[in-house]
Design a protein around this ligand. Sequence first.
Ligand code: ACO
Length: 337
Amino acid sequence: MSENKAVGIIGIGTYVPEKIMTNKDLESIVETSDEWIVDRTGIRERRIIAPDMATSDLASRAAQKALEDAGVTADEIDLIIVATATPDMSFPSTACLVQANIKATHAAAFDLAAGCSGFVYAMVTGSQFIKAGLYKKILVIGAESLSTILDWTDRNTCVLFGDGAGAAVLAETTPGYGILASQLGADGIGGDLLKLPAGGSRNPATAETVAQRMHFVHMSGNEVFKFAVKIMGEAAIKALKAAGLSAADVDCLIPHQANIRIIQSAAKRLKLPMDKVMVNVNKYGNTSAASIPIALEEAVHGGKIKQGDIVVLVGFGAGLTWASAVIKWGKEANTNC
Ligand code: ACO
């Protein structure tokens, strides 16, 4: 067992629902305008899950694509971690539902809750099992159906989010490649800024909690915005430093896709030109834990990331949480292990 094993992503896949909701569509639901939404957020459209589907369905489809991309079969997977704030139900975990769907019969499975930072939290967590020699192949998934927990009468929140899933297969990779460093953080004092107040043990579901719209996302947008602007650059710089690198070494930044203004401020803090920054918030809105893997997949399969590139993933979210990781991109599994 070596503590210095290189662990990286050897396959990646995504799934987004077919239904597109444009800003124009939203104009007939709440008092808003395409101009306001594009101006303040950069979002033009988002995907909405079909009524007969749930988060585990999105996650399973993304997982299958990641397995194909990695050339790995489901029964080779040792562990599935699903990062989500919108599980199918409190229990069983969405990870167990995915395990059954994709027939990953040898895999342990659990969910992880870290808001929009969830995928990076899951990737860093999963990689430790491989480094420790306990597991060889792990599926990490960020999957959300936020449209199911949005208050469609609240223009402050309903215009921002979308549904989707992204998955990655982790394995030991060529020495020098893979996840070079990471930084996970949390500030629970800020928990009230972004929450779903009812349906848990604090406020079990009652007719009153439903009437008070407590089963929907509640957010102090401005406060979250200020936190995000501060933390995105900071978290990226800390992870780069831990990897012995600086912002000048970055080939591609994959920021959490919440708001174009937050992404631009992170790029500015790192002094990165926008052509080194992956942006697809215009197409999908904020898909929470799914946003980073969806952006990463588009960057990889769209040719924006090449073998040997230094890639930085950075996100923030409910908790409050933040997470960053520096990856030297190289998608091959180490076949010697
Ligand atoms: N359409 C039109 N007007 C709107 C809308 C809308 N959809 N939403 C808000 N407004 C109005 C407000 O009511 C306000 O009007 P008022 O001045 O008359 O009260 C005005 O626009 C300005 O509102 P602000 O909140 O100041 O607008 P701001 O520029 O801060 O943008 C936004 C709001 C987009 C929510 C921004 O604060 C933001 O992006 N915050 C971060 C949110 C975020 O990233 N959340 C996800 C966290 S990650 C996770 O874990 C899920």
